[in-house]
Structures are given as C-alpha cells and as structure tokens.
Design a protein around this ligand. Structure first.
Ligand SMILES: [Zn+2]
Length: 357
C-alpha cells in the first residue's frame, strides 16, 4: 500500500512524482468521510502512472453499493497494463460508495441518499454531497475522460449498453471507442457523475451491465475489451486496435424511455423474445393471480427496444416490469436486418449480454 503523499501530481496530497520517467502503479486508500466512530471511510484507489505522457482516464465503480460487475472490471484493469508501456495515467476508484458497499445496498444506508445524484458535491452539504465532492475534487476533476460502471438494481437486469451525451462530439468519440452496440443518448440526470464531469469538459460515459450482487464473467470481459479499446483510441496504448462496433444503435435516452409498471399484484411471466424488440401493442409480459384465473397482459405502448426487465417473478401494483426505449421505424428496420446476421444474438432473452445463462 502506498501513502497518499506519494501519489504523483495532481492527485492525493499533491506529492511530486519522484521518478517521472519510470512509470509506476500506486495503490492507496483515499478518505471520503468518516463513520459514527470517527474512523475514516476510505475508497481504494489505484493509479497506474505511465512512463510516458498522455491523457488521464478515470474509471469508477460501485457508486451504487450493490453494483458489483464494475468492481471486478476495475480489479482486473488495476493489474492489466504495465506502467512502462502506458502513455498517460489510469485512475481506478474501485468502490466509490464504501458505506453502501459494506451494506450491499444501492444507496448510502444513512437516510438512503443516492451518491449518483450528488455530483460534483459540496463541502458543507449532505453526507452524499461531501463524499461526492471528495471523489470529484480528489480525482475526477484532474482527469481528461472517464467511464462509470453500473448495473441494474436488485431483482432486475439491464442489457449491456452505454449511456452518453452523443450531441457532444467529444463524448461520441469516447462512446464509440468503447465499442458497445447499443448506446442510449442523453445528458443524464442532474447530479450524476457522468453529467457533472461531461459539463466540466471531461467526456464521461456510463456503462450499464447486467445485475446487482453478481459477477457476470461474460459482461466483465466485454467491459474490459471496451476499456482496452478506449485506451487504444486515446493513445494511452499506441498501436493497439480500437474496437469500433460492427453495428451500432444510438437511441434517445431522454423522454422516450419508460419503465412499464404492473397494475395488479401477481406472478410475472415475460413473453417477449427472443430478441428485445417489440412493436406497439405487442405483449411484453403477463401477470397472473395465484389461482391462475386472472391474467393481465402488459403491452408495449410504443415500438421499442427492451433494455431492462424484472427478474424477480412476483410483482405488486407499481412495480417496474420492463424498461422500454422508443425506436423509430428506420432503427427497427436496421436491427431486424442485423438479427439474421447473428449480431443481436447476445441480446436474446437470457442471452449473454444480459446475463450468463
Ligand atoms: Zn448504478
């Protein structure tokens, strides 16, 4: 473990890189607050300081404490690249929300604050804002671009996809370099790390991948390949291949996406599939009472792409059952042409880009 003082400029306590030409990996614990006992609450951080100059890239995981796939991605990345071959710096903030992580829940356990609505933070504000501020000012502010890893919340799953503000060409370059086939565009909610950093001129994308409380090896591998590709595109690893997606669908994430909700309690059965594409009026799932007598079918209010769905098969009125994003006729046609080519196979229900089943 390294001490914070040893971190090269401009991180941590602002120590000076003793040997700037050598390149080195630093592992530190960075305090973002304290618990009831006054003990420091610390984020594990790895800084891979390349031997050559280049951009600084941040990677963040577990801003929501139960979202673990990204934690595994960052653990792999921390030892994947040799500082001697790196042109630039990689900063891995392994677990951004330690109290939520320790409780294995989404929000900060005290007052259920959402850390991902608290960026860029503030010193004299809530616990969440103070944590966000420490993370932002300590690391994110000093970076050139970033990738924030998330999963669905518990009992649901989300398709492997990127969220990015594609209207900004600088962000579009990053989103494309990551190489995801599906990108939801939009600036993101106020207070998200992605939006705050992007507004500050640090292009940032969110990667959504699978389920909470799990490591899903296929998705983790896909994400690591995305990181490789981003490092190649920004020449932290010059000469390596950039993985431009063979096909690529950008769909509006603002206003035209909706969680469809159950109107009755009961047992839920998904009927969409095998591909996550539904036409207006088509059945998505059926909710049946325990006697098997009353069946209510949830249909698509518009033609769209299913990007998330409920996995726990019991529902109450108001429970979200399916996350649908509107797509236009042209996009639908393009996806339909990709299906016979096998390009959408990973996205079939229970396919590899949802889960590992
Ligand atoms: Zn999340």
């Amino acid at each position: 473990m390294d001490s914070l003082e040893n971190l090269p400029e401009p991180f941590g306590a602002g120590g000076v890189d003793a040997d700037p030409g050598a390149g080195r990996t630093y592992h530190v614990r960075f305090s973002v607050g304290e618990d009831y006992f006054g003990t420091a609450v610390e984020v594990p951080v790895t800084v891979v300081d390349g031997a050559r100059d280049g951009p600084t890239v941040f990677l963040t995981a577990a801003i929501h404490g139960d979202e673990l796939n990204g934690v595994k991605v960052l653990q792999e990345v921390a030892t994947r690249y040799r500082p001697e071959e790196l042109h630039g710096t990689i900063v891995c903030l392994h677990v951004c929300n330690p109290p939520a992580y320790q409780a294995q829940q989404r929000y900060i356990p005290i007052y259920d604050q959402d850390l991902n609505r608290a960026f860029r933070g503030g010193e004299r504000s809530t616990t969440a804002q103070r944590m966000a501020g420490r993370i932002y000012d300590g690391f994110v502010r000093h970076c050139d671009l970033g990738i924030d890893f998330h999963t669905s919340t518990r009992n649901r799953t989300t398709m492997f996809h990127v969220r990015a503000d594609l209207e900004d060409p600088v962000v579009e370059r990053l989103a494309r370099a990551f190489g995801s086939n599906v990108v939801l565009f939009g600036s993101g909610s106020r207070g998200t790390l992605r939006r705050a950093a992007t507004e500050d001129g640090i292009p940032t994308i969110t990667v959504e991948m699978g389920r909470a409380h799990r490591f899903q090896p296929r998705l983790i591998e896909e994400a690591i390949e995305g990181v490789d590709s981003v490092l190649a595109e920004y020449e932290l690893l010059p000469g390596r291949p950039v993985r431009w997606p063979g096909w690529y669908e950008a769909t509006s994430g603002d206003g035209e996406k909706r969680w469809l909700r159950a109107d009755t309690g009961g047992l839920v059965e998904m009927v969409w599939g095998p591909y996550p594409l539904v036409a207006e009026g088509e059945a998505i799932c059926a909710i049946t009472d325990h006697f098997g007598l009353e069946k209510r079918v949830v249909t698509a209010p518009f033609s769209g792409l299913i990007v998330g769905y409920l996995e726990n098969p019991v529902a109450l009125p108001g429970h979200p059952v399916c996350h649908l994003v509107r797509i236009d006729r042209e996009t639908r046609g393009e996806i339909e042409r990709e299906i016979p080519r096998g390009e959408f196979d990973g996205y079939r229900i229970h396919g590899e880009l949802w889960s590992d089943e």
